[in-house]
Design a protein around this ligand. Sequence first.
Ligand SMILES: Nc1nc2c(ncn2[C@@H]2O[C@H](COP(=O)(O)OP(=O)(O)OP(=O)(O)O)[C@@H](O)[C@H]2O)c(=O)[nH]1
Length: 270
Amino acid sequence: MDSRYEIQRRAGGGSANASPALGVQSRRRKMPPRPADYKLQIIIIGSRGVGKTSLMERFTDDTFCEACKSTVGVDFKIKTVELRGKKIRLQIWDTAGQERFNSITSAYYRGAKGIVLVYDITKQETFDDLPKWMKMIDKYASEEAELLLVGNKLDCETDRIITKQTAERFTSRISGMRFCEASAKDNFNVEECFLKLVDDILAKNSLTSSGAWTLQGVESWPMLTPMLPTVVSSWLDVLCVVDHSGSTRGNYASRDSQQEALQQHPVSAA
Ligand SMILES: Nc1nc2c(ncn2[C@@H]2O[C@H](COP(=O)(O)OP(=O)(O)OP(=O)(O)O)[C@@H](O)[C@H]2O)c(=O)[nH]1
């Protein structure tokens, strides 16, 4: 197969009566965190119920939801990591697995530097669906995107249907695709998988080339900056806060609003 399947200002700071020690501490608190050097987008795709949201939430918040609602359209979360001496802000897009949302989710493939394709090791049909997802990748994603196949729900070993070897065989047919197994529930191998993907992206893209984005700060959004929670500072985050009343995650279920957003703020800098 040839195609590639926060600083809140603390009260007390600056008081003339404050002890010298407190003054030092207060000044320290005012030091802003070092800004991220780069921003990358990662998209998580795969069939319904395989654990895409769970993997994202485990990686970004270290939480697990036993009875999550199915994703509608797309959601995202932000996580900042340090790799290769650089601070990288990851924008992780979690897509709906239901086919009826494909027309919405497909618009998010193009800006992604990394694609996480997930199946459930206990559900044959989610593995059988992989070629269909590869077609989506071929059609909508950048050829430069790094691919990672994740067999999720490894805690359910006794119910395993898809062997590791079967998945490795599938992966070997796809140029450059990596494979790992993980459990969002047990927090097994989740961070490792994501970090490996990010490292691959960094290795492939020169950090100073157009392959990675130089972070654009919120300074260019003076009217909106006071509205932003700490973790939300890019233009796209601003857009989502406006749309979703302070939520740190976005959700676009409307194709019109999504297209409008993409037109006003192109996701890809390529
Ligand atoms: N045992 C086990 N259950 C998991 C794991 N990851 C997710 N689940 C469960 O699987 C179900 C679906 O998880 P989600 O994260 O919502 O799956 P999704 O792929 O985002 O689903 P859609 O949004 O419908 O596409 C939920 O009941 C989760 O609690 C895991 O690693 N192990």
